[in-house]
Ligand binder design. Structure first.
Ligand code: PLP
Length: 389
């Protein structure tokens, strides 16, 4: 018998399995589970977007598109950024449509990293970042942040980890898993840091539309001098409730976009055309529905934040995305123990904070992209759990 484990690439061995999936597998085998685990909208994609895809199929949109994506879609993306952020991106040269932000992040890292190049990643962060850096041959350098500072990263934090091998800074605000967003002053601090060390900034702004309490998202490329050194990511999964469509994009200097397109054309060829047709409709006419969903998330955000405050779990009000990240340190359990026990005793699924980096230990991530009833039910069960331990 061949030992196929031995045959696997060393790089794959370096990447740990996602800390999220494990708990979903257990939760899926249980009855009556309320899950606050999943990081995706509970809404179905609005009908007008689905309908445009159906019409697209009727009209025969079933072939490949150009590698960088249908030009009308890239034009709509450029229009969106012009309208929302007053920034110009040339749809022909500075935008590439990808299979979700996931592919865009992977392409960007593979396009810029040589073996051993270091990428600074403020943590806690989205689970894929570290793995993607490793898979691209680079070295992820986690930069821990603290609840005392609402998990904000500062240039002073980054200074401690910069070396001659540092090539890039990978950030994601509004943040998954903490819901933190940065102020203009804080972002300018990061911009000056990137300039000082001549770093490429990879900015994942997939939750850019999901900010609350009147706070406006600041697009990193709009900061002085940053457009040229930033590879910006956004997509349709969260704001338009289109996770399954697999559609995202990257915007950057044409040199980066060309390099990313080189990899994309040999590996993915193009993003699904059915999704691209729907993406055009989403950008042309999707704003009203998007705002309805954001208002819903906002109500749920208040409910869950107040719930955790009532229980006495230390947390802070999340200002973006659809996650809250309370501390469970006072229970004396580790994140994984807490999550396992909560699932077993109260049938509530949440994600251990350490899945998002070591400094997430002692926290749990709860998603409020689920109904008010389910959130209220989960909060009651968590309160009960805390009373009985
Ligand atoms: N970036 C962040 C911060 C995310 O939270 C997610 C999904 O949860 C993704 C990217 C993946 O996005 P997509 O569905 O566009 O691949």
């Amino acid at each position: 018998m061949n030992d196929w484990e031995q045959a696997l690439s060393d790089t794959v061995d370096l990447v740990p399995p996602s800390g999220i999936r494990k708990f979903f597998d257990v939760a899926a085998s249980m009855d009556d589970v309320i899950t606050l685990g999943i990081g995706e909208p509970d809404f179905v994609t609005p009908w007008h977007i689905r309908e445009s895809c159906v019409y697209g199929l009727e009209k025969g949109y079933t072939s490949y598109s150009t590698n960088k994506g249908m030009l009308p879609l890239r034009q709509e993306i450029a229009n969106l950024y012009k309208k929302n952020y007053a920034i110009d991106y040339n749809p022909a040269e500075e935008i590439i449509v990808t299979v979700g932000v996931s592919e865009a992040v992977d392409l960007a890292l593979r396009a810029i990293l040589n073996p051993g190049d270091e990428v600074l990643i403020p943590e806690p962060c989205y689970v894929s970042y570290k793995a993607c850096v490793i898979l691209a041959g680079g070295k992820p350098v986690p930069v821990p942040t603290k609840i005392e500072n609402e998990f904000r990263v500062t240039a002073a934090d980054l200074e401690k980890f910069v070396t001659p091998a540092t090539k890039a800074l990978l950030i994601g605000y509004p943040n998954n898993p903490t819901g933190t967003i940065l102020t203009e002053e804080e972002l300018n601090g990061l911009a000056k840091f990137a300039e000082k060390y001549n770093l490429i900034v990879l900015s994942d702004e997939i939750y850019g539309d999901l900010t609350y309490g009147g706070l406006e998202h600041i697009c990193f490329s709009t900061l002085p001098g940053m457009k040229d050194r930033t590879i910006l990511f956004n997509g349709f999964s969260k704001a338009y409730a289109m996770t399954g469509w697999r559609l995202g994009y990257a915007m950057a200097n044409p040199v980066f976009i060309e390099a990313m397109n080189k990899i994309h054309q040999y590996t993915m060829l193009c993003a699904p055309v059915t999704a691209q047709v729907a993406g055009i409709e989403a950008l042309r006419n999707g704003e009203k529905n998007m705002h309805k969903m954001i208002n819903e998330y906002d109500q749920r955000r208040h409910l869950i934040y107040e719930g955790f405050c009532r229980m006495g779990l230390k947390t802070f009000e999340p200002k973006g995305a659809f996650y809250i990240f309370p501390s469970i340190k006072e229970t004396g359990m580790t994140s994984e123990e807490f999550v396992e026990n909560l699932l077993e005793r109260e049938h509530v699924a949440v994600i251990p904070g350490n899945a998002f980096g070591e400094c997430g230990e002692g926290f749990i991530r709860c998603s409020y992209a689920t109904s008010v009833d389910k959130i209220a039910g989960a909060l009651n069960r968590i309160e009960n759990f805390l009373k009985n331990i």
